[in-house]
Design a protein around this ligand. Structure first.
Ligand code: HPA
Length: 268
């Protein structure tokens, strides 16, 4: 049990799911536009009660020969906006299931050179501009260090493995990027994007935080694949439309599926 777990945590853990014989090491968290794993035939969806609330619709089963968990960040039906996602419950549920590594899929806007719609990026840094989100399990100070080390928010070994997998597949991927996490759900103003650019960000999205930090608090390795859905506000002549975003994501997701399968079957 995590040292920061509330006292009532134990009574909630592992209550409402059917145990499986193999502990899933990896969870894939799907974001906007990424709602399924091709050919994945999960068991009945699980509900996990956590000290932070109930998480429903978690899928567990074998994919690419590995026991995995698939979680939809925005809930089934994609109904929960980024600022209302119960990040703590989601990550706690994964820890309860025994997950030791998360691969997060994030739809993002492109800011940096080359981060054009359709590009795939394995980010290495984050700047957090979100606010008012429940962002830590450290509700009380304990004699364990609450101040987690977070210089590298994405686990370097996971990043290296994702990139090695992409290289083997000859899949063009941008090998680093700084993810600006904005509050949403609205898109940014052109001036906000200029500021994010000056700050050194190359991607903008709404969901990397506090997810990445909570994973670190629970000692879960964390890597991400960012799918660029659109040029960020003010960086293209065209207005950003949902139709464009959906079409771009659809095409890019088709490349991410075999990448993930290869990653799972060769690097786990
Ligand atoms: N900004 C923030 N989040 C996003 C964007 C964007 O332009 N595109 C997809 N997610």
């Amino acid at each position: 049990m995590n040292a920061n777990a509330p006292k009532h945590a134990a009574k909630h853990s592992r209550k409402t799911h059917t145990p499986i014989s193999v502990t899933p090491v990896i969870a894939i968290i799907g974001g906007s536009g990424f709602y399924e794993l091709l050919g994945f035939e999960p068991d009945k969806p699980l509900s996990i009660q956590t000290p932070y609330g109930l998480v429903e619709g978690i899928e567990q089963g074998f994919w690419a020969g590995q026991p995995i968990v698939f979680m939809m960040r925005h809930g089934s039906g994609h109904k929960v906006p980024p600022h209302n996602i119960n990040y703590r419950a989601n990550m706690w549920a994964l820890k309860t299931l025994g997950v030791r590594q998360v691969i997060a899929i994030n739809a993002v806007g492109g800011i940096g050179e080359g981060c054009a719609p359709g590009a795939l990026v394995v980010p290495d840094q984050i700047i957090d501009y979100s606010y008012g989100r429940e962002h830590t399990f450290a509700d009380v100070l304990t004699d364990k260090l609450n101040h987690i080390e977070f210089a590298e928010p994405y686990t370097p070994s996971v990043r290296r493995a994702l990139l090695a997998s992409a290289t083997t597949l000859a899949l063009p991927v941008i090998t680093a990027g700084c993810y600006a996490c904005t509050q949403g759900p609205r898109l940014e103003t052109a001036a906000e994007i200029k500021r994010l650019q000056r700050d050194g960000n190359t991607l903008v999205g709404m969901t990397a935080m506090p997810e990445a930090a909570l994973a670190r608090e629970l000692e879960i390795q964390y890597g991400a694949i960012c799918i660029v859905a659109n040029w960020a506000a003010g960086l293209s002549d065209q207005p950003i439309t949902l139709a464009f975003i959906h079409q771009t994501l659809k095409e890019a997701v088709a490349k991410v599926q075999p990448w993930l399968q290869h990653y799972l079957s060769h690097y786990q």
